[in-house]
Design a protein around this ligand. Sequence first.
Ligand code: ADP
Length: 734
Amino acid sequence: MNIDLTNCDREPIHIPGKIQSHGFLIVINQDDIIVYHSDNIADFIPDITPNLLGKHINTIEPIIGKNEPPNFIHQLTIFGKTNGFDQTNPFNTDIRGKAFHLIISATADFFLLEFEPAYSDSTTDVQKIIGRSISEMLADKNLQNLLNNSAKLVKNVIGYDRVMIYRFAEDGHGEVIAEAKNADLPSWLGLHYPASDIPKQARELYKVNLTRLIANVHTTPAAILTVADNEVPLDMTNSHLRAVSPIHIQYLKNMGVESSFSISLIYKGELWGLIACHNYSPRFIDYRSRESAKLIGQILSSALEFRQDEENQLTQELFKSAVDQLSRLMLKDNSIDDALTAHSVNLLNAVDATGAVLIFDNNVTKLGVTPNDQQITSLVAWIKRNVTDNFYYTNQLPLEYPEAALYRNVASGVMVTTLSREMGEYVIWFKPEQLETITWAGNPEKPVEINTEGASHISPRHSFEAWSQTVSGISKKWTNEEIKSVVRLRSEITYAINQKAGAIRLLNEKLKQAYEELDTFSFTISHDLKNPISTIKSFSQILLRDKDMKPQSIKIIERINKGADKMNNMINEVLDYSRIGRSELVLTAIDPAPMIHDIVRDLLLIYNIDESCITIGPTPKIQGDAVMLSQVFSNIISNAVKYSMMADRQNISITGTEGDSEVIYTITDNGLGIDIKQLPRIFELFHRTDNVGDIEGSGVGLAIVKRIVEKHRGKIWVDSEPGKGSTFYIAFNK
Ligand code: ADP
């Protein structure tokens, strides 16, 4: 069986074919011929011709307007059509000695002539009250007072037992937000009504026809008659007498209400709420009183609009000035991170949030109250998977992402803007849970009733007993002003990032240029120095051949000679260093064993040490440039030997190990060691540690090694303890 809870939304209500029986209806076409009329005319005019359909309106004009000139209906419709029927409504007429209001409205093809008694159950002088009270009503700046005053004023004008101002939430349910009632009635203030209490098509109608009166729920509506072959249903959108749905009548009866009147409150073209009036006995109010009540509704609507606009404007200005300040800071500060989080105005001021996180440039900066680090990490992972747009917001995060239920007190609402999805960079704002207790007037789950034929249909609630429900995991909504502010902020951040990226690219270019210049410079200088040095060297050697030279002079010339050697060495190394920068890297699979053995053999000779001092372990293959790799091993192994000469028994080992993705060579000695403070600097050009004493060296070797290793996209690092020795690790990619 298919139970359809939307039945109520489907029931057509502007073409019910019935009117309430406190008045009667005649419908004429453009030629003033009667095409419809209600079947209750005889209740008001007992001697009327029984069949009016197809007759010209002229035929009954003397009855429906005793003192009016002939053709007066035609005159009224012509006038109303050009000037609006507000100008003619209500038209006072005399029918059989009784005063009636004739209210005319137009449909696409017809004119509806509705006749209502011109008396009211209300005795107050409406016009007088209105003028005085509206200024009072508007005097108060406070929105709640404005609503309370309006409810009071409407109650004065129409004299109903209870007048409520009822506001619709986004999901369509309504809440009583102001009330004026007889002292003996219980208050309904704060009660919520399910959305289904006022069906969707009724709401549409309420936007067009701003007031509705149900004078007596106990009367039987009068049918509308038309000729047998007329299949066009009558459009009753603008009708005042329109009978309402029997479901609604039952609903009112279940509440004990016998008469009801409501006025629409419209905000920016949408139904914002209703002024709903209930009377516990039948009550008819005439057209003029209804129009006065409508006027109050319209004034309240525009006051609401004005107040709301004023409020929106204020918050928008606050957000705007925060975003302005942030964008200024971003362009001024070196770090975007700092600009957005480190000042008194920060990300939190761009919206109305209690917490925010900036995930940018490998940093997570938290502001205000936020979930913890681990929760943020998982949330960001979820966002990365699920948020593809630049903006995402919800005021019910736990519903979308159940894990958030654990910290709903901090973040039931989130607003996310993506700075870079690839890099996982986001700004996230949080709103806390707003525990809301909704007291329903009756259970919002509408009961479904099954009729005797077994079909299901909706029946209105019988019980209006209040029923509380606590809503959790929901925060305050993100407003349009907040969304606009985030959109603006995002574009400011992106602009600043681009500016900075531009600046960094420029710096990078300059740096590259400087490097190239430096390389060329050192290359040329070293090259140009080589000639004068070899001149010094050759001439000093010629001088040394002079047998008559005094021993003192020989010593001096030998020092010149040695100095020239040292300088030559250094120049060679600097040349090597600058060459690495320029040379192209050609990778081949190299077996380092022969080069390591050669290097060790030479070193044993030069330093005159025993073979057993150096052990060579496994030497796995490396992807690299043969010449450069030989420079690397030569430098590191000779350092190991050179800086461990003073050890009682030198112990140097060289081994390679092969991992999954890299080959690591380890060169260990038991020499001088390096102080931890100096460790980071030993790879700098010309840097030598304080403990080297007169051990010879230039401080260039390790700089060359590092440059080569990096050119191979490898890594080099060192472990060392002063007095115990050092271990150099070199990792090459496989
Ligand atoms: P140098 O020509 O001085 O050896 P390097 O660039 O090869 O230049 O080394 C830089 C500095 O690092 C050395 O001067 C020394 O202070 C330190 N160093 C390098 N290797 C070792 C080592 N195996 N033991 C101790 N100190 C070392």
